[in-house]
Design a binder for this molecule. Structure first.
Ligand SMILES: [Zn+2]
Length: 183
């Protein structure tokens, strides 16, 4: 009986570890950030992943950034935006221009949940008072349990390059950006 209990415990722990590795791999694939220790150990499926925990828990603790399909689309568009800026030294006039970026030809420009096209704000995006980042692309509706995903930028300044973030917004936060337009 004791042996059975131990086996069950070991199996659960193993399953949990494998799930963490899968999440880590998924995050690495979606976000194109390398460095998962589990990445090279996918051959037989039961190799230990000694150094994965920190990344795995970061992915799990995040706001489902790694697994939300809408966030993934915005992440991809954010990557295209950075490339576009690197080539053209300016932001695109319209979001469709991002599909001229190599690798982004088939970029998805609509939310997978609402099917509504993302709203792009040319000229550097919406600003909110007291907030350093600017909102350039966002969900047309709060389709994610009352939240909208948004792609934010921090404009290049001095030696700091253009940077992008994808984060969910409450309607209150979104309104503070919408109200700050043109500031
Ligand atoms: Zn969405």
């Amino acid at each position: 009986m004791t042996a059975t209990g131990m086996t069950a415990t070991a199996t659960t722990a193993d399953a949990r570890r494998r799930a963490a590795t899968a999440a880590c791999l998924l995050a690495a694939t979606l976000l194109a950030v390398g460095g998962c220790a589990g990445q090279s150990a996918r051959s037989e499926g039961n190799a230990p992943t000694p150094r994965a925990p920190r990344q795995a828990s970061a992915a799990r603790g995040g706001n489902s950034l790694a697994t939300d399909a809408c966030a993934t689309r915005l992440q991809d568009l954010g990557g295209a935006l950075l490339l576009y800026y690197a080539v053209n030294r300016r932001l695109p006039d319209k979001v469709e221009d991002l599909s001229t970026v190599p690798g982004a030809e088939s970029a998805q420009l609509a939310c997978p949940v609402s099917d509504r096209p993302y709203v792009y704000v040319p000229g550097g995006g919406l600003r909110a008072q007291g907030k350093p980042r600017q909102l350039v692309l966002y969900d047309a509706t709060p389709a994610h349990g009352g939240l909208r995903w948004g792609l934010f930028i921090s404009p290049p300044s001095g030696s700091e390059p253009l940077a992008t973030w994808v984060t969910p917004m409450s309607e209150a936060l979104f309104r503070s950006y919408a109200a700050g337009e043109g500031r």
